[in-house]
Design a protein around this ligand. Structure first.
Ligand SMILES: Cc1cc2nc3c(=O)[nH]c(=O)nc-3n(C[C@H](O)[C@H](O)[C@H](O)COP(=O)(O)OP(=O)(O)OC[C@H]3O[C@@H](n4cnc5c(N)ncnc54)[C@H](O)[C@@H]3O)c2cc1C
Ligand SMILES: NC(=O)C1=CN([C@@H]2O[C@H](COP(=O)(O)OP(=O)(O)OC[C@H]3O[C@@H](n4cnc5c(N)ncnc54)[C@H](OP(=O)(O)O)[C@@H]3O)[C@@H](O)[C@H]2O)C=CC1
Ligand SMILES: Nc1ccccc1C(=O)C[C@H](N)C(=O)O
Length: 472
């Protein structure tokens, strides 16, 4: 089967777009292309998750923030998704002693949203399907495609193969993208992939007396320096707890008793909330999952193919930005399509030029945020700097903007946010250094001015003052 001008989804004017992958980014992209009137064919290797009893896949819930929301807004999906999200206003830090202290994400009214991954994916697929010019093909796994001809070969769930051509192939087939494999054969394609030595495991915290077991409007963190556990709330009043830890530490835990011992040592306050029996059982339900960071460039091949979402930039999950960046990819591509009159010869290279530095920046920031979440939040200096940054932002909202605010609550380009953060840090650290130096010099000067001639006199004077104070 081949779609070409004359086919029901392709007229001489209408371009046919093949979106490969019906995950979060593929489904949203289908809406974007359909909205501009293109004929859209979406191919997803799995069966339709809207009919599936069990939905497999990574992470039960996700943090949705400004970039993702803006991208959803453009296709009229923001309100629908936000209404089913749970606002998280702050990090809630759980100390080893069980003390809980919040660290706000931004100003009052600024929050990230915990949303259900499966529901989001289903809603986006339904939204895409509502466009008459879109067709969703489930159970179609891309095996191969040809850069020369643009022909794609799919394996269908009934075991048959089929070949398809389109005006543009949009690879949204995730971190292990089959579309990207062809890019690797091209000269001057840069690619790097890093598996971090840490894995993750999800555990469910059930409701307590019919309500959330902990404060719902927070992203809970148990930071233990070299590893951490986090928890995000769900609409059914459960929390999804995720333990991030080096694989070698996971491997040391082999029995239920060891699980309890580990939790008693590091997360004692979570045991009554997770339940001892459930903990001993669920810890071994699935092995710890790997996390990979993929950077590549360019994101396009000629005027035929472009990759977006995790296929172009899988990032480690610690900034809660992977999906948000993938959604912003769709928005940025759409903006460039408008600017360059849908001319793929111009749009694709421009998309690569604009987007690569930003996606590479968020990949690095995501690595950094793991250290911030598991270790820095334990440091008094970090907390002081957080409050100082927020204070300065309050008085100089356009001059000093905290990094987290730029990344999470604005559409400042990721790479510009990093540059600005580095500049702000220099200014703030130098100002603190100068203030410290001036106070030290001033203090010494005052001391010298009031200093008696000999050190023994100073001791006498101090002693006299102590006696006066004692009298009180
Ligand atoms: C633990 C964890 C927590 C996370 N938390 C957050 C968060 O809080 N906020 C956030 O913004 N991001 C988060 N992310 C990142 C987010 O999950 C990804 O960035 C997002 O899923 C990327 O969407 P995607 O559509 O590009 O890829 P995917 O969601 O992986 O979808 C790819 C789709 O392509 C299909 N496919 C694959 N191969 C083929 C093929 N050959 N043929 C046809 N179809 C194919 C797959 O079946 C899948 O449906 C998290 C990630 C992890 C691992
Ligand atoms: N940024 C990150 O850290 C990400 C991590 N992952 C990790 O990847 C794993 C699978 O992800 P998920 O989509 O949820 O589930 P699946 O196992 O269902 O994988 C989906 C697709 O990715 C392919 N795939 C899975 N693992 C690998 C691998 N190691 N190498 C090459 N291809 C692979 C599968 O191909 P086939 O069907 O042919 O086996 C399948 O087409 C999880 O462990 C997850 O943690 C995934 C994406 C992002
Ligand atoms: N969704 C996540 C999944 C895994 C790890 C972190 C997150 C976060 O969202 C972290 C949040 N942005 C934070 O900085 O506190």
């Amino acid at each position: 089967m081949e779609y070409s001008p004359g086919d029901s989804r392709s007229t001489s004017k209408r371009k046919v777009i093949a979106v490969v992958g019906g995950g979060l980014v593929g489904a949203l992209n289908a809406c974007y292309f359909a909205k501009r009137g293109c004929g859209v064919e979406l191919f997803e290797s799995r069966e339709d998750i809207r009919q599936a009893k069990i939905v497999r896949g990574r992470s039960i819930n996700l943090a949705l923030s400004h970039r993702g929301r803006q991208a959803l807004k453009h296709v009229g999906m923001e309100e629908k998704i936000v209404s089913k999200g749970i606002p998280m206003n702050a990090r809630m830090i759980h100390s080893l002693e069980g003390k809980r202290s919040p660290i706000p994400y931004g100003k009052k009214g600024q929050y990230i949203l915990s949303v259900d991954r499966a529901n989001l994916n289903k809603e986006l697929l339904t939204a895409a399907e509502e466009y008459p010019n879109t067709k969703l093909n489930f159970g179609h796994k891309l095996l191969d495609w040809s850069i020369e001809s643009g022909a794609m070969t799919f394996l269908r769930s009934d075991g048959t193969k089929m070949e398809i051509k389109a005006d543009l192939i949009v690879g949204c087939d995730g971190a292990f993208s089959a579309i990207r494999k062809q890019f690797l054969r091209q000269s001057r394609f840069n690619y790097s992939q890093t598996y971090i030595p840490h894995g993750y495991m999800e555990l469910t915290m059930p409701p307590k007396n019919g309500d959330f077991a902990m404060e719902p409007n927070f992203l809970h963190i148990w930071p233990r320096n070299s590893f951490m556990m986090i928890a995000l709330p769900n609409l059914d009043k459960t929390f999804t707890c995720t333990l991030f830890m080096p694989f070698e530490e996971f491997e040391k835990i082999t029995t239920g008793e060891q699980v309890l011992e580990f939790f008693q040592t590091y997360f004692p306050d979570s045991i009554p909330l997770l339940g001892e029996d459930a903990l001993k059982r669920d810890f071994f339900r699935l092995p710890a999952q790997a996390m990979v960071s993929v950077k590549c460039s360019p994101y396009h091949m000629g005027n035929k193919c472009v990759i977006m979402g995790d296929a172009a930039h899988a990032v480690v999950p610690f900034y809660g930005q992977g999906m948000n960046a993938g959604f912003e990819d769709c928005l940025v591509f759409n903006e460039i399509m408008d600017q360059l009159n849908e001319d793929f010869n111009a749009v694709l290279p421009e998309y690569t030029r604009i987007r690569v530095p930003d996606d590479h920046a968020i990949a690095d920031l995501a690595m950094y945020n793991y250290i911030e979440m598991r270790a820095h939040v334990n440091s008094k200096w970090f907390i002081f700097r957080k409050y100082l940054d927020n204070f300065l932002h309050f008085f100089m909202p356009n001059k000093i903007i905290p990094l987290y605010t730029m990344v999470t609550f604005t559409r400042t380009r990721y790479h510009e946010a990093v540059q600005r953060w580095q500049w702000q840090n220099k200014v703030i650290n130098w100002s603190l250094f100068l203030c410290g130096t001036i106070s030290a010099v001033g203090g010494t000067f005052l001391l010298i001015r009031h200093l008696p001639q000999s050190p023994s006199l100073l001791v006498d004077q101090l002693w006299a003052r102590v006696q006066v104070l004692k009298g009180f």
